[in-house]
Design a protein. Structure first.
Length: 281
């Protein structure tokens, strides 16, 4: 661990991720805590921070492009019948306190704040666990509670009229290389066959690294996956795929994704075995 503004995650004594608690970022990037760099046990970075193609992609974290019209994703807002539009509607996630802070992870409280004030209160838990000599797991769970005192709903560009763009929730901006990573699940292969569908897990295999994203819990397993590999490599779990997610006052939405971070290129059987180990009770 370091300083007041970041936490270094360690597995078997080795640093594998840095969590930035209070980043100094422009308002249009929707400032929020993030994990970057995240690395394999051999030290290969598997995240990117503010890449040229999408400056608002911040490693690993939680981001929602539409919370009752406010942008907690960053960048332009997709407006029905207008397309991506620059709006002065960005919110920010503000770290309030750590309830647990150790070498293998933490639990923290965050406030999601926009022009009207605090809309959501989040409890986020991140844990790093050793799996094998060449793989570890990053467990990220979050609970979003509506504290605004009025009904809220969470949306995405897809629910605002852009088909296939149902990003929002857990999101991992992966390492960009000359060749796009392979993507597969236990039963499908290729972005077209995986994007927008549910699956217990989704794998990205790069040149010398693999990421396997596992949906943990019933609610998360019901969310389709958002997958990109050609323009940029990224994987998320869609909170608002084909309809807005209502969140009445005082109600909470909870999700959990466990990601296997491995050296080398995993095959289906290896990926499935590591997921079973990572999400076992």
């Amino acid at each position: 661990m370091t300083g007041n503004d970041s936490v270094v995650l360690r597995v078997a004594g080795r640093p594998v991720g840095r969590y930035v608690t209070r980043p100094e970022l422009p308002a249009r990037l929707s400032p929020r805590p993030y994990l970057h760099p995240v690395t394999t046990l051999a030290g290969t970075a598997v995240t990117e921070l503010s890449p040229a193609d999408h400056a608002h992609h911040l490693g690993v974290g939680v981001a929602v492009p539409d919370v009752e019209g406010f942008n907690f994703w960053g960048g332009r807002t997709y407006v029905r019948d207008r397309g991506p539009t620059e709006l002065d509607n960005h919110g920010s996630q503000r770290h309030t306190a750590y309830h647990r802070r150790e070498a293998d992870g933490f639990t923290e409280e965050l406030r999601w704040i926009a022009a009207p004030g605090e809309l959501l209160r989040e409890r986020r838990t991140v844990t790093a666990t050793a799996l094998t000599d060449g793989a570890w797991a990053l467990d990220l769970a979050f609970a979003l509670t509506n504290v605004s005192g009025r009904p809220l709903s969470l949306g995405s560009p897809a629910t605002n009229g852009r088909p296939g763009a149902a990003y929002g929730g857990f999101f991992w901006r992966a390492r960009k290389e000359d060749a796009a990573p392979d993507v597969f699940t236990v039963a499908a292969e290729g972005t077209d066959a995986v994007h927008g569908r549910t699956a217990d897990w989704v794998a990205l295999a790069g040149s010398a690294w693999s990421l396997v994203f596992a949906a943990a819990g019933e609610a998360t397993r019901r969310d389709p996956w958002f997958v990109r590999t050609e323009e940029y490599p990224g994987v998320g779990s869609s909170l608002a795929y084909d309809a807005r997610l209502p969140l009445p006052p005082g109600e909470t939405a909870e999700r959990r994704v466990v990601t296997v971070v491995a050296d080398g290129r995993l095959g289906r059987e290896e990926a499935a075995a590591l997921v079973a180990k990572a999400v076992s009770p």
